[in-house]
Design a protein around this ligand. Structure first.
Ligand code: SF4
Ligand code: SF4
Length: 396
């Protein structure tokens, strides 16, 4: 067996991961399960199976939600093995050409904030004329915030009063396009709590999309430039707003990863100044916990903990067993059928709870779920990052 894949032998084929796998749950096909995919990669690595289009497709259909890894008693490093397989077979694409063009276009846009700024006015026109629908990007457009905000966040944002901590903020490549409200709210809230915020220039994409699509070299280049932008020392922590980025940064080699923290975890560990009071908010929120926050950062509990400090707010959570919503980076574009089927299940739960707000800590999930709510005529449920609501309620 090729060395890098020898960890597959840790898999004892017990099948305990199967009930946790969203693609297995939808298909009941062993080839669409973690155990099945590991067996296919094992057969290929041993030279017994060809990297046929069907084999590649089964591995490609994986969301990399890593629910299987969280459930595995043998600690099989499933995510790393799939990334390695995709990298080793890069160029032997299983995806249809249209899906590859779509995610390449989105990838290009995300890597180029200037392109996002220049193309923002065209978004509305393309949506109205049906061009986005014909390219299959209508769902993405429907999930983006209506107003494009060009934020100038780079630099240092001092604490409002006495500084008690200092952090660096990781923006990710979607901040301007899809999450400007969250970034601005995060900086204001941290400053209000006595935390100085540095937003290093030169930072860029975490590399998730490149890594999960088999472009390991591209991902390593992005790692390098982020490590250079953030320097060797960080004041107290590197905070992430999108748990998908946080999960990838946490796995950067060397000391970088140990400094990374999800913002809600950081906030729940801080001693809040006594003068900070929460304004009451009569209503109901539903907390959606992204797979990256639950299975990789293991920091899901902090969001409801923080929200319960808001008086009169009813805080509901989805059951811990709720599977991936189907967003999974560019998965929602490349595997729209499966992504939408998984989203339907989450939307059913949302409809049953009927919240005023749906709060999620990952921008990709927010886009996917917001679009789904819109399609179902449920736009009155506002989809936000929890930080936005926390900041609003501490304003006075
Ligand atoms: S990946 Fe883990 S849980 Fe799944 S079959 Fe293998 S050993 Fe069992
Ligand atoms: S990462 Fe998620 S989709 Fe992929 S095999 Fe594991 S549980 Fe299934």
């Amino acid at each position: 067996m090729k060395n890098t894949f020898s960890d597959i032998e840790l898999c004892v084929k017990c099948g305990l991961c199967l009930p946790h796998c969203p693609t297995y749950g939808k298909t009941l096909d062993e080839n669409e399960s973690p155990r099945g995919r590991l067996a296919l990669i094992q057969g290929w690595a041993a030279g017994k199976l060809e990297a046929s289009p069907r084999l590649l497709e089964h591995v490609d259909n994986c969301l990399l939600c890593r629910a299987c890894e969280a459930a595995c008693p043998a600690q099989v490093p499933y995510g790393r093995l799939v990334d390695d397989f995709r990298s080793a077979t890069a160029g032997q694409h299983a995806k249809p050409l249209a899906a590859r063009i779509k995610s390449a276009a989105v990838g290009f846009s995300l890597q180029n904030p200037r392109f996002q700024r220049l193309s923002a006015p065209a978004r509305g026109v393309l949506a109205k004329t049906g061009v986005l629908k014909s390219t299959g990007l209508a769902d993405l457009e429907a999930g983006l915030p209506e107003v494009f905000e060009h934020g100038e966040w780079r630099g240092f944002h001092p604490a409002s009063g006495k500084q008690t901590a200092c952090v660096e903020l990781f923006l990710g490549c979607t901040a301007e396009l899809a999450d400007a409200e969250t970034v601005s709210a995060a900086i204001r809230l941290l400053n209000r709590l006595g935390v100085g915020v540095s937003v290093p220039a030169g930072q860029g994409c975490c590399g998730a999309m490149a890594l999960h699509s088999g472009d390991r070299q591209g991902a390593e280049r992005m790692q390098e430039s982020n490590r250079a932008a953030f320097g060797a020392e960080s004041p107290d922590a590197i905070l992430t707003l999108a748990s998908g980025c946080g999960a990838v940064l946490k796995e950067y080699p060397q000391a970088f990863g140990t400094r990374v923290k999800d913002i809600c975890q950081f906030l729940s560990e801080q001693v809040w100044p006594e003068e900070i009071r929460f304004e009451p908010l009569p209503g109901r929120v539903l907390v959606h916990t992204p797979c990256s926050l639950k299975n990789l950062l293991k920091a899901g509990r902090h969001v409801p903990e923080l929200l319960r400090r808001i008086p009169q707010l009813e805080v509901k959570t989805l059951p811990d067993t709720t599977p991936c919503c189907g967003a999974a980076g560019t998965y929602m574009l490349e595997h729209a059928q499966m992504a939408n089927a998984l989203r339907e299940d989450v939307l059913e739960s949302i409809a049953a709870i009927a919240p005023n707000y749906l709060l999620t800590s990952n921008v990709g999930c927010a886009i996917h779920l917001r679009a789904g709510l819109k399609l179902r005529g449920m736009s009155s449920v506002r989809t936000l990052h929890p930080i936005v609501l926390l900041e609003r309620q501490t304003r006075s």
